[in-house]
Design a protein. Structure first.
Length: 116
């Protein structure tokens, strides 16, 4: 997993560029990549996005969920990972209310606090 992360209005997640150097076809003028956020901080921001009403908030929440799932898998925190997978399914399918997804994110926060 890359050590650099991009966080802007268009994309949130690992830096997908191959090298940190400037390439001919790279359209980015600024290097917006930074250090990855701690998982707990990422989950707190995710709760705000899941509570949003717009389609853009939902799209951004799905990207953040994908990043949080990858980070919890990298850290090998199985219970946190399982709660985030369930939250991802709820947000994607809309099978339950978003408050159920928020409850699962809170559970993931508790698991992340204890490293499990």
């Amino acid at each position: 997993m890359p050590n650099r992360w991009v966080d802007n209005s268009a994309y949130f997640g690992p830096d997908r560029r191959r090298k940190p150097s400037k390439r001919w076809n790279d359209r980015r003028r600024l290097d917006e990549a930074g250090d990855p956020p701690p998982l707990a901080a990422l989950l707190r921001r995710l709760r705000v996005r899941v509570a949003g009403r717009s389609a853009d908030d939902r799209r951004h929440a799905l990207e953040m969920l994908k990043a949080a799932i990858a980070e919890s898998a990298r850290l090998n925190w199985r219970q946190c990972h399982a709660a985030l997978l369930d939250a991802d399914e709820i947000v994607r399918t809309g099978s339950k209310s978003l408050s159920a997804a928020d409850d699962l994110i809170v559970q993931a926060l508790e698991h992340a606090a204890f490293g499990r």
